[in-house]
Write a protein that binds this ligand. Sequence first.
Ligand code: ZN
Length: 139
Amino acid sequence: MAELNEINPEFHGFFAHLREGRVAFPHCNACGKLHWYPMKICPHCQSSDIDWKPMRGAGELWSWTVVRHPFSPAYNDKVPYVVAMVTFAEAPGIRLIANIEDVPLDSLKIGMSLELAQPNSNEAMPQVLFRPSKALKAA
Ligand SMILES: [Zn+2]
């Protein structure tokens, strides 16, 4: 398990929000744009006046792959697992790499609604883990 001091400082805000069950992206107060991944200066205007904008809406599945071969013995009991790119309507152009759990592989669908799977975490660097939105599952 990673310790906070092992994490690139630019990512501290991202994981702080994630620990509280939110995805947030760096937001530039000078030009108003979001960017990903986190940087000390805005890649759009070079301002260093950056804060974090939490996403309020659900994520959406942009694309994915299924990993079936473990890259190390530690993953022997984790395969197959899904590695996905998740987008947010409020953050056009940003694609977040994440895992998806609790979903039959043959039900994955581009555009499906996703929510964070772990609403709270005590880990310094929680896994970026989504699952299908409950509203969608109930439908
Ligand atoms: Zn900017």
